[in-house]
Every structure is written in structure tokens, then in C-alpha cells.
Design a protein around this ligand. Structure first.
Ligand code: 4AD
Ligand code: MG
Length: 433
């Protein structure tokens, strides 16, 4: 007898198969049992008729509880009306009768669900979201390997900061050395591209952010990419192609998942057909001011401003050239006609309240300018000497960007809070289980 996964059942129509799984839900009507079974690859209704099975099997069925593990033998049939398969059970073996399961098929609050995240993972919503996460992961890997990038893993323990020094998790490294959990592998990738030209990393990064928003995690997954001989416009072209690839794959590979999440995919479908918007930070602030926002031209975008930008264009928007003062030390800068120093960078803002999903920029490639900036910001120059040195030996214009994986997954899934998009979330208030 062939043992198959629910996701492969369509190839076994009319055939006898065995399935292993857990009882997700069940109901009986006199002489028929309807079992909703999940096996990890999908969900299926299994139908047991009293006169088609042995008395023992029938009696066993009466002892089943939610989440009990079973193995069953049956014939695959198609649902009379829907595009779904069913299984007409001939035999059922119980592996374990589950104890009273804490997560009943009813509404629970998020605190309860995340206190029981180890069990909550089995519910349909996390199942759908984390499978979308898997799709995004694969799209990124495929896109890069098809576009001449090599994977270049950067260290998690780093002696310096990459972004804001106030958001570092430090730890004692052996006797008396301080080290920090990485905020981004970017600086190391910049060394990597002098060997490989185009490289990316993908791994967990850490930010000791005090933010309690639905968009911030203390531990999240970042994909940094870096390209030699590449300016900021070309950098944005690559980001746009990557995001389109991710969305296109998710729409075609995750239909069932998006359906479970009741995701309206109109905006996702539409963005594939047209170029993303590119506007300057100044013009974005001006647009917001015209809409009645009280804006600060010299500051970052606020949460409300990012949401409004998303709602205005309903497609991803590159906001270019932020005031240098609010951005990281490694960005090149110029002075605009109003005398404001601006970075050559862009944040990519996604619509539907997803906000910033990518941060990227061109990199300062002049040794002296970079050195001066490090000093200005009171960074310990000796710690960055190796990074500065990249500018000594064949410095080239180069650019890169970092994608926040969970931000992208949150957007595609359309879920309210980012904690849903990672198996075991870490935020300022949540670090168990
Ligand atoms: O904008 P960020 O801070 O950029 C960097 O770290 C660059 N060094 C990346 C690079 O150029 N290689 O972070 C990049 C992205 C953000 O756009 C956002 O999507 C995500 O990482 N991100 C977070 N996601 C979840 N929780 C947080 N606390 C995040 N902080 C940033
Ligand atoms: Mg950013």
C-alpha cells in the first residue's frame, strides 16, 4: 500500500492509500464519522461509514480526540462539488489518543496563543503563514542563484555595530572582550564582493529595539545583498525585480495558504504589471504636507507617513535620499539645493500598511570621506580599519540592500502582527517558549 502525503492525493484518485496524521476536527452523524485530518502537507476530510469498517475500527473512532495521531487506509475520491479530495476510510489505526488539547477550535486571544506557540503552530493560520515564509525564502535563493550572486555567510558575532549603536545586544566573549550579535551582515558582504562581485547572506539578525510595534522583532531574518560596480538606481532595479519575483511565486505557489488567510490579492497581482514608484524624500514629505500632515522635512518617515505613502500609491515606493543625519555612517552623501546633506539611499515602502520592507543604499567608496564620518560619529576607528581598507585596494562604486524577511511575509500574508511570521518570535516582552 502506498503511503502518501495529502498534498499528493490528486495523483491517486480512485486508488487505495495510507495516510498518517493528526485529527484536526471531527463530527459524526449517526452511522458516519467525518474526520478532518492534517498531515503537515495539507488538510483532508476522511469519511468513515459504520458498515464499511470493522466494529473495532468503528469503536476506536468513538475514542478519538482533537490532535490524536492516526494512520488510516482508504480510497481517494473527489469532493462532489469542490476542487477538493476526500478519503473513504477502510481501516484506522490509533497511534496515540491526545489529552485534552488546550487550543480548541474557537477564538483565543493572542497572548494565550503565543504562550502556547509550540501548539499554536499546528493551527491553520500559522500553517499558512509559515508556508508563505518558506516560499519567500526559496524565491530569494532562486532569484540570486539565477542572477550571478553567490551566498556568502557573514558572522553573527561581531565586534562592531552596523546600524544604530543603541540597538545592540552585547555579550562577553571569553575573558574580557565585548562582542555584539549582528544587526546586519552588510559590512562583511562589502568585503565579500571584492572577491565575488555579487553576494548575499541570509540569517538571523538582532536589534535590541524598545519598539513595541506590530512591525518590530528583536530577532528577525535578514537577507543582505551587495553588488560591485553598481549605483543606487541599479540597486533599486535589482530590489524591484527580486520583490516581483517573490510576489509572483507566492501568488502561484501559495494559493491555498492565501485562501486560508482570506487575503485579497488584488494589489499584489497589480504590482507585477507596472514599475514601482521612485520619489525623493523631500517630494514625499511635500506630498504628505499637501495632504494635511505636519511633516518634519529633516527627519525619518513616521509610521503614519509610511502608511499614507502606501495607501496613496497602492504599490511599492522607493523613498530616495533621506537626510543623511538620520541614516547610517556608510552611505555616500551630497548637499541639496536647500543646503541639506542627503544620503544616496532608498527605503522601499510596501502598501497595505506593510511599511518599510527593504533598506538599501549606495556605499561611500572614498577612504578619507568614510574615515572622517566615522570620527564625526565617535566610532572606534580601529574597529573599522578592515572595513576602511576595502577602499584602499581597488575601491569601486557599490551598493546593496537588506530585506526584512518577516516584514515581507507579513505583507504577503496580510496579518496584523509580525510575531505571526516567525516560528518562535522574540520581542521586548516575549522570549518564551
Ligand atoms: O533598514 P535596515 O536597518 O538596514 C540595514 O541593516 C542595512 N545594513 C541593510 C543592507 O543594506 N544590507 O534593515 C533592513 C530591513 C528593514 O528594511 C526592515 O525590513 C527589516 O530589515 N527590519 C526589521 N524587521 C523586523 N524587526 C525589526 N526590528 C527590524 N529592523 C529592520
Ligand atoms: Mg531601515
Amino acid at each position: 500500500m502506498e503511503k502518501v502525503l495529502v498534498s499528493h492525493l490528486k495523483d491517486f484518485l480512485g486508488k487505495e492509500v495510507t495516510l498518517s496524521g493528526w485529527i484536526f476536527n471531527m463530527r459524526s452523524s449517526g452511522s458516519i464519522f467525518f474526520l478532518l485530518l492534517r498531515d503537515g502537507s495539507g488538510f483532508i476530510q476522511a469519511i468513515l461509514s459504520k458498515n464499511e469498517v470493522s466494529d473495532e475500527t468503528w469503536n476506536n473512532c468513538n475514542t478519538l480526540t482533537q490532535e490524536s495521531s492516526v494512520e488510516l487506509l482508504g480510497v481517494v475520491s473527489k469532493h462532489p462539488k469542490k476542487e477538493e479530495y476526500e478519503i473513504q476510510v477502510k481501516d484506522l489505526k490509533i497511534l496515540q489518543i491526545a489529552e485534552d488539547y488546550p487550543i480548541a477550535n474557537k477564538e483565543h486571544g493572542p497572548d494565550f496563543l503565543f504562550d502556547n506557540r509550540d501548539l499554536y503552530l499546528r493551527s491553520k493560520t500559522p500553517w499558512a503563514i509559515l508556508r508563505i515564509r518558506d516560499s519567500v525564502f526559496r524565491s530569494i535563493t532562486n532569484y540570486f542563484s539565477e542572477n550571478d550572486f553567490i551566498r556568502f555567510d557573514t558572522p553573527i558575532l561581531q565586534p562592531t555595530s552596523c546600524e544604530d549603536t543603541t540597538e545592540l545586544f552585547g555579550l562577553k566573549y571569553y575573558e574580557d572582550t565585548m562582542m555584539y550579535l549582528t544587526q546586519s551582515g552588510q559590512l562583511y558582504l562589502e568585503a565579500g564582493i571584492s572577491s565575488f562581485g555579487r553576494a548575499y547572506d541570509f540569517g538571523p539578525v538582532f536589534r535590541a529595539e524598545k519598539s513595541k510595534t506590530r512591525n518590530h522583532l528583536s530577532e528577525f531574518w535578514m537577507m543582505d545583498a551587495e553588488m560591485a560596480f553598481c549605483d543606487q538606481q541599479k540597486n533599486e532595479d535589482i530590489q524591484e525585480a527580486l520583490i516581483k519575483r517573490i510576489i509572483k511565486d507566492a501568488l502561484s505557489n501559495c494559493k491555498q495558504e492565501l485562501e486560508i488567510l482570506e487575503r485579497d490579492t488584488t494589489i499584489l497581482e497589480n504590482l507585477l504589471e507596472k514599475p514601482f514608484i521612485r520619489i525623493k524624500h523631500y517630494d514625499a514629505k511635500k506630498m504628505l504636507e499637501n495632504k494635511g500632515f505636519k511633516v518634519d522635512y529633516n527627519d525619518d518617515m513616521t509610521t503614519e507617513e509610511e502608511i499614507e505613502i502606501g495607501n496613496t500609491y497602492n504599490t511599492p515606493v522607493f523613498i530616495e535620499d533621506y537626510p543623511f543625519a538620520v541614516k547610517a555612517f556608510y552611505m555616500p552623501k551630497y548637499t541639496d539645493k536647500n543646503g541639506i546633506e542627503r544620503a544616496i539611499n532608498a527605503d522601499l515602502i510596501a502598501p497595505e500598511e506593510a511599511r518599510e520592507i527593504i533598506g538599501g543604499s549606495q556605499r561611500e567608496d572614498n577612504y578619507e570621506t568614510l574615515l572622517e564620518e566615522l570620527k564625526k560619529r565617535n566610532y572606534r576607528v580601529e574597529d573599522y580599519q578592515w572595513y576602511l581598507n576595502i577602499r584602499k585596494y581597488g575601491s569601486v562604486p557599490h551598493s546593496g540592500f537588506g530585506v526584512g524577511l518577516e516584514r515581507v511575509v507579513r505583507w504577503i500574508s496580510g496579518v496584523h502582527h509580525i510575531r505571526e511570521t516567525i516560528p518562535f518570535p522574540r520581542t521586548i516582552n516575549r522570549f518564551r517558549p
